[in-house]
Design a protein around this ligand. Structure first.
Ligand code: PA5
Length: 466
């Protein structure tokens, strides 16, 4: 098997955008004040409710610690990937270097096998394809996606990264089969093999079998790391490294957040606090909708990653009986300022069943000054001397204030700057908070039984399965 893991070539550092400077990279600013009653009014959580939950919080924290011990063998292996993945980085970086000889890379995978890399790519690769391969996340099996890709690319200059933990997801399988046929028709079977990279379970499934039989380059997904928690494995790291994202800084960011989350007291552990507050807002204040609203286009797809993580992990019944209460708040994404002109009316005057998470970036690389003539200044005197970022920030603060005055609990996460380290922190924060929240609800945050049912039914409808 041509597993990249078996190759001995020295690791090559990726071009490395977003490496932290000499001073320690800044930590996320996490402002939860407006989730509490003393910050937002009666719809917020009373601090005594968090105190009363303390024994339960200690219990779930201990469960998380116990189930994270043991590295890749642990049940919550996803929460220690910053420690366990460095051993695999040379293999990932070698594969990434090989991939840089291509102009276009089709990344095929769905759900957790796509959303993480897609989100980080959007956040950090601002000029896709400028001096590196272009990534194309095909994701859906709408036939047009593949047609457009194939029609506009040369097979000679294209590669496919096929990602499926189970190695048998139908959407991913179909896309792979079609692209493999295209590569083989254009290049011949032997050469086409060198344009394919498979990321899948190390031991089982159709893709793993194929990698072995056909001698295709492959990387493993650690067996105990599920799709939506896998962005910090080869699933996310290979495509991202191929386009120059500093994957070591991504892992370092994850480690930095994990280091902030070692206390069993929520006041010293932001992930535990976040889980506790969202749990209490759901179960005590009937907040059923959790809206993530970045005021930054590069973080829009981070909202989609969070949406899947939160929904698939927590949207479950809290027991085996049909009348057991459901868990989880419905995650929704919005974008500031665009959705102020689309959703805000409903946020302000409809049901008070929502929690808001605003995301902001303090220092932006692009920040144009607003050019005004004398005539313009008469109409917009308040814009004199301002930059676009000043307006974005004012709009965020204004929206947050009206949301707060309306009584909606809300929090704000601030990235000092948009880089791989900050993204790594965000990823760890949300993965950790999601696991804590699952433990608080008494559900398994790692499985997705209803999704599996749907996958099986689709196979039956196509004439297969049991
Ligand atoms: O988070 C999950 O487990 C799912 O969203 C999966 O990632 C998705 O269904 C794709 O599965 P696979 O990676 O096995 O192809």
């Amino acid at each position: 098997m041509a597993s990249i893991l078996t190759q001995t070539k020295q690791p090559v550092a990726p071009p490395g955008k977003n490496s932290p400077a000499s001073s320690p990279p800044p930590l996320l600013q996490i402002d939860t004040a407006r989730l509490y009653r003393d910050g937002v009014g009666v719809e917020g959580v009373d601090r005594t409710e968090v105190e009363a939950l303390a024994p339960e919080l200690r219990r779930v924290h201990q469960a998380l610690v116990d189930k994270s011990a043991g590295g890749l063998n642990a049940e919550f292996a996803c929460l220690t990937l910053h420690d366990s993945m460095p051993a695999t980085l040379p293999a990932i970086e070698t594969a990434a270097e090989q991939l840089r000889r291509f102009e276009d890379i089709a990344v095929i995978g769905i759900g957790g096998s796509s959303l993480g890399a897609k989100a980080v790519h959007q956040a950090l690769v601002d000029e896709p394809g400028a001096h590196r391969p272009r990534l194309h996340f095909l994701e859906n099996i709408d036939p047009r996606n593949l047609d457009v890709f194939v029609r506009n690319r040369s097979a000679e200059k294209s590669a496919v990264i096929c990602i499926s933990k189970s190695g048998g997801t139908i959407e991913t399988g179909i896309q792979y089969l079609i692209l493999r046929e295209w590569l083989e028709q254009q290049l011949g079977k032997d050469k086409a093999r060198r344009h394919q990279y498979l990321i899948t379970d190390p031991a089982q499934g159709w893709l793993r079998d194929l990698a072995t039989r056909e001698d295709l380059a492959s990387l493993p997904v650690p067996p105990r790391v599920g799709g939506r928690y896998s962005v910090l494995t080869a699933v996310g790291l290979l495509p991202l490294a191929a386009v120059g994202v500093d994957i070591r800084a991504l892992l370092a960011g994850s480690a930095a957040n994990a280091a902030r989350c070692v206390s069993d007291n929520p006041s010293g552990n932001p992930a535990l606090e976040l889980a506790a507050l969202f749990f209490l807002l759901d179960t005590r204040r009937h907040k059923r909708v959790s809206i993530m609203m970045p005021y930054a286009d590069p973080l829009q797809l981070f909202g989609d990653w969070y949406r899947q993580l939160w929904a698939e992990s927590l949207g479950k019944r809290r027991g085996a009986r049909a009348d057991d209460p459901p868990a989880g708040t419905l995650p929704v994404t919005a974008l500031g300022t665009v959705d102020q002109h689309s959703q805000l009316q409903m946020y302000l005057e409809s049901r008070r069943d929502k929690i808001f998470s605003f995301l902001a970036i303090d220092q932006r690389e692009s920040n144009r000054r607003i050019p005004l003539t004398e005539h313009d200044r008469k109409y917009f005197p308040y814009l004199d001397g301002k930059h676009m970022q000043d307006v974005l920030e004012a709009e965020l603060q204004a929206t947050r204030q009206v949301i707060t005055e309306t009584g909606h609990p809300n929090m704000t996460l601030r990235l000092s700057r948009l880089d791989a380290h900050a993204l790594g922190q965000l990823i760890d924060l949300y993965q950790r908070a999601t696991v804590y929240a699952g433990l608080l609800y008494g559900i398994n945050p790692l499985d997705q039984p209803a999704v599996e049912k749907g996958k099986q039914l689709a196979i039956r409808l196509l004439g297969g399965g049991r």
